[in-house]
Every structure is written in C-alpha cells, then in structure tokens.
Design a protein around this ligand. Structure first.
Ligand SMILES: [Zn+2]
Length: 498
C-alpha cells in the first residue's frame, strides 16, 4: 500500500454483472479470446529479485483462509481474497504464487482465466481494467508445505504443525500475493484446524468459531504489513498473555509442554519493549510476542507482531544469557526497523539488519557490559572482507542460485551497524538519537529507501551527508572510521576456486 494511504474497503462494483455475462461467453471461445502475447512472469524491478512483485496495482487488503488437515506434509486448502486498486491499464493481473495448485480464480465475482508463468499466477479478467479501478481477486487453491524443488522458506514444518518464514521472497510459496515489501496491505487471516490445535497469526484475535471437530481462528492486523512478514502458526501450543508498557497486549505462542521452562525468557519481553521505547519511541503495533517453534530454521524472523524463534535458542545451554537476550532484542527492534518502516527494495535491507544489529549490540553494552566499541572495532577489521564477499551494505550481491536467503550476509548485519557507528561518530550522539526517533516516526507504517535515510540524516545533522554515506554504503573499501584513525581492515583473502 502506498505511504500514508488510508485503507478503504473495496466493494465489487456493478460492473460485476456485465463481467459475469462476458465471462460465460469467454469460457466457450477460449482460443479466440486469448491475449496475443504469452503470459510471462513480471516484477517491480527489484535489483536482487527481478520477478518479485507485480506492476499495475496496489493491494489494499488480503483475506487468507487456510484449512489444515492435521498433517503438516499434506497441502492445506485455502481461499485468498485480494482487494486492490489498479495503478495502470491491465489486460492481465500477475500475482506471485508457487507451491500450490489453483482451482479457480474470480475477479469481482466473475470467473477469470488463469495460467502459470514461472512463479507467477497470471489472471486474465473478462474485460480490460483501467487505471484507478478497485478490484477483488478471489483465488481458491492449495498451499503445499512440502516443496517439490527443495526451496527455502514459506511454510516451516514444525514438530507439531506449521509456522511461516516468508523473508525475503517466500510468502508467495504459501499464498498468491504481490510479494514485494513496497506493497504493504492490511491482513485478515483465518485458520480452520482440527480440535486440539491452536492457530495464531499476525495482529489481534477476532474470535473463534467451532464446528464439528474443528475450530476456525481469525486474526486481523491494525497496521499495514509486507507479505514477507506474514506469520501463521498452527500447533499444539498455548498462548500466554501478559502486559507490556502502557497496557500493550503481549502474547506468546509456546509448545504447551514447554511453557514452564520457557517462562523465564518470556517474562523479559515487556522490559525489552520498554528499553526499545526509551531509545526510539512508542512501540509501533497493536501487540507483540514471541513464537517458539519446534523447528530447525537456522534463523529467527521478525514476523510482524509475532517474531519467530527456534525453541532451541532458549533450551540449549550452550548459549549465554546475554546472547539470547540480544537476539530477542534484535527481532523486537525489527518491529520498528523493517516492519513498521519497510525497505523500498531488497537492496535497502541494510536499513533492517543494520539497525537491528545496532540495538542488539547496544542492549548487550548497556545490560551485559559488552562494549559497542570493541564489537565495532572487530567488525571494522573484517569489513573489507565482508564487502568483497557480499558487496557494500547498500548494494549487496544477489542470492546464490538455489539459496535466496543468502542475501543475508555479514555485510548487511555488523557491516551495516558499522556504518551506523561511523555516522554516530560523525554527527554525534544527540543528532544520531534524534535521527533514529525521527526515522521511525515519519516513516511509520510506510516504505522507505536508503536515499530517504541519507536525506533525513542530512536534515537532522544540518549538513550534506551524501558523500559520507556514499563511501560507507556503496564503496568497495571501508572508509576511515571517524575518531579512530588507527582502526584497520584486513585485506580480503583470495577466493578459493571450487
Ligand atoms: Zn534481523
């Protein structure tokens, strides 16, 4: 959804009747009515994921309804309803979708033809859509948690059900969508599951309905969300409730059998939210909490209002307490940096990870006496190697074939936090703190880019910082650290040929 747009419900219009009549005519003369060009996958021009997102429309809301059988290796049945507004003339509507079979598609209530092209579902409405037209697309489909191609992400199969990990480009492995963070939308998520399971999704509950051995759970977001941040948890779980700062409802989703063992960690969240609020201002959403999944993902993920964690992070004694705390704060800080303020393109992902790493390190400094300066000096030493391996922070190298998650390299974590440290050294603590607060306030619920950050930093510091940022964000070599001229970066090691 565009920045600061007020979401309005879209109703199918009277055109529906004409469309229905036309659709029945179309269905008997498919060949004659076919559009001349073959359907092709489209994208919004993201440098790292060229076929992610689709041109010609803005999604305003998604209504997802999944029906779970009780087996996490069987496809779920699903209905995805998308309310959108066209931004250009469209003969076809491309959606991103893979890992499911499509049973039917309707546009404004009328049957529409559809075909697959790469990871796009290409829908041909009965009539051409002009710019500025509200439309409702209804897709009846399956959603397969077992990937035929061994692709990362989308559904995560847990010991007791399913969770979701859609970053960066995997939400469309679960449901049809405009799968790019530049198009945020409101979500209603419903899950029907056999009795004995608990389903939780982003946002606040809208009630449950029981019927013949199943329960349908409904959740709704109050704030727009990027598709990559969708969370749907289905498991033998318990939902624990507590209160955060100024009455914020905090709810955690944990395996029922582990609730007592996890409580010492769970009770830390309200204090961590208060700490983040003391740094950057009010928590941006209607609720927060952690989802402790019984799965080995190899990562934690800041799904909006309900961050996904591997349960083992909390039960494995090898991890020191300060480390687990700082990982919790990392995902929490993403609710401001990455979720409320979403990157315009995936090359801007350093804005998410650099800031989350920054607050993770700051929390460790303040609460566990792990000096930020020491961590940054170590990062500086490795920075040239990280840039050689992954690209400079704001121009990261693309994913390796078959490993899309590989854009998440050290260059966008500690490498980008290092650029923020350089900025604080350059403009001073007071200006830096004001920039951070202002950034999450003016871009709240929005989409923002690297150049927006550079412009705001320049405005807050009252000086042109474009040259400074260009060196720190786009150069092959790490610039000298302001205030630490003695810091050195090791030469990147020559790559071994494979
Ligand atoms: Zn992160």
């Amino acid at each position: 959804m565009p920045l600061n747009a007020t979401p309005t419900p879209v109703r199918p219009r009277s055109r529906r009747v004409t469309a229905a009549l036309l659709a029945s005519a179309v269905s008997v003369c498919l060949i004659a009515a076919s559009a001349p060009d073959p359907a092709v996958p489209l994208g919004v021009g993201d440098r790292l994921f060229p076929t992610l997102g689709n041109p010609g429309y803005d999604v305003e809301s998604y209504d997802l309804h999944f029906t779970y059988s009780g087996s996490n290796d069987k496809p779920l049945t699903a209905v995805t309803t998308i309310d959108a507004m066209t931004t250009g003339t469209l003969d076809r509507i491309n959606l991103d979708f893979a890992h499911g079979s499509v049973r039917s598609v309707e546009v404004d209530g009328a049957p529409a033809r559809f075909t697959e092209a790469g990871e796009d579902l290409v829908v041909t409405p009965a009539e051409r859509l002009l710019a500025g037209t509200p439309l409702r697309i209804t897709v009846r489909h399956t959603s397969d948690p077992v990937s035929a191609k061994g692709q990362d992400g989308g559904w995560v199969r847990t010991k007791d059900g399913l969770a979701m990990a859609g970053q960066a480009d995997a939400a469309h492995l679960v449901y049809p969508c405009n799968d790019h963070p530049s198009d945020k939308a409101l979500f209603t998520i419903r899950v029907t599951a056999p009795d004995g399971y608990t389903a939780v999704a982003n946002g606040l509950p809208e009630g449950t309905r029981r019927s013949r051995g199943t329960t349908t759970w409904a959740y709704r977001t109050e704030h727009p969300m990027a598709t990559e941040l969708t969370q749907v948890s289905i498991g033998r779980s318990t939902v624990l409730h507590r209160q955060g700062p100024h009455g914020l409802p905090v709810r955690d989703v944990v395996p029922t059998a582990d609730r007592a063992a996890l409580e010492p960690w769970l009770k830390e969240t309200p204090g961590q939210i208060a700490w983040m609020e003391s740094k950057v201002g009010r928590y941006p959403f209607e609720t927060y909490g952690v989802l402790m999944a019984q799965a080995q993902t190899g990562f934690e993920l800041e799904t909006q209002t309900l961050s996904l964690f591997e349960k083992e992070l909390f039960t494995q004694p090898a991890y020191p307490k300060w480390y687990v705390d700082s990982v919790m704060v990392h995902e929490l800080s993403h609710q401001w940096f990455g979720d409320s303020v979403t990157p315009r393109t995936w090359s801007d992902v350093w804005l998410n990870e650099g800031h989350a790493t920054w607050y993770e390190a700051l929390y460790a400094e303040e609460k566990a006496h792990k000096p930020m300066e020491k961590r940054m000096k170590a990062a500086y030493r490795l920075s040239d190697s990280w840039r050689a391996g992954g690209g400079p922070p704001a121009r990261p190298k693309g994913p390796q074939p078959g490993q899309k998650i590989s854009i998440f390299r050290p260059n966008v974590y500690d490498g980008a936090a290092l650029a923020l440290y350089a900025l604080r050294q350059e403009i001073g603590q007071r200006a830096f703190d004001r920039l951070e607060r202002t950034w999450v306030t003016v871009n709240r619920d929005g989409v923002a880019s690297t150049s927006d950050f550079v412009d705001l930093a320049s405005a807050v510091a009252a000086r042109d910082l474009r040259g400074f940022f260009h060196a720190w964000l786009y150069a092959e070599k790490t610039p000298p650290m302001p205030g630490h001229p003695d810091w050195k970066s090791d030469a990147p090691k020559a790559r071994k040929s494979r």
